[in-house]
Design a protein around this ligand. Structure first.
Ligand SMILES: [Zn+2]
Length: 253
């Protein structure tokens, strides 16, 4: 083989190395999406809050996404916690609610780390040149694009006021895509929340959302899925923006 031939073979090899893994992944996902969960896992999915509140038409889509999620993600118990099948299913089913529109999987995510209880993380704030170091107890954290950390006790007790799975997975998508927190409707609703809090009202979105627009997007996502009528009453434009982003309309479920 001459020099040109060797160069072509090498170039083909490089192209194959780049293209083949995503192709294989897509093929594997298509296969998983098209087949139901094994019976025991399917029974587990039907016990979850996510499944029980979904309209029948959306349940097969949730099942397919959960199947891909469980095949692709690692669950790591922290501090001695053993993450059992029911815990994995509860986290997967809630996380996959955010995918029901146009998304199929969490491409960048690799692992979900689970603590039994809320955990402490170091914080570092800087304002006007003054640095403040402190610790904060949290029920979830998105460390980077490949790992999400959750406190099982708060996942298990999720309700219309707090859902750490929806919150952290919303952060994850927003980190990667950057479009939700940049939506003009969110900025307007952020100001509306600030005004409501200043007026002493009790808006449906947690005032902690007023840290920044990324936090606002994550808190608004919790209310969008957990208390959709309350969110719709608070701000129809915000509700429309979230319908557009997630491709579903929980207020109609
Ligand atoms: Zn957050």
């Amino acid at each position: 083989m001459n020099g040109l031939g060797l160069a072509l073979v090498a170039a083909f090899g490089v192209i194959l190395a780049i293209v083949a893994p995503p192709c294989l992944r897509l093929r594997r996902r298509r296969r998983l999406l098209a087949s139901p969960l094994p019976a025991a896992l399917g029974a587990g999915l039907r016990q979850t809050r996510a499944w029980q509140r979904l309209p029948a038409a959306l349940r097969p889509q949730l099942e397919g996404r959960v199947r891909v999620f469980l095949a692709e993600q690692s669950f790591v118990g922290c501090g001695g916690l053993e993450v059992d099948a029911a815990m994995r299913m509860e986290i997967a089913s809630q996380a996959c609610l955010l995918l029901l529109g146009s998304r199929v999987a969490y491409d960048e995510l690799r692992a979900i780390l689970v603590y039994a209880e809320p955990f402490v993380v170091p914080r570092h704030d800087e304002e006007d040149g003054v640095v403040t170091e402190y610790e904060e107890e949290v029920s979830g954290e998105t460390w980077d694009t490949s790992r999400i950390i959750l406190a099982w006790s708060d996942v298990a007790n999720a309700d219309e006021y707090c859902n750490p799975v929806l919150h952290e997975f919303a952060h994850h998508l927003d980190h990667l895509e950057g479009t939700l927190s940049a939506h003009p409707a969110l900025m307007a609703a952020y100001r509306q929340l600030q005004a409501a809090v200043d007026a002493g009202d009790e808006p449906p979105i947690d005032p902690d959302a007023l840290q920044n627009l990324a936090e606002f997007a994550a808190y608004a996502t919790e209310v969008f899925f957990e208390a959709p009528q309350a969110l719709l009453s608070f701000s129809a434009p915000l509700n429309r923006a979230l319908i557009e982003y997630y491709g579903v309309d929980p207020a109609r479920w």
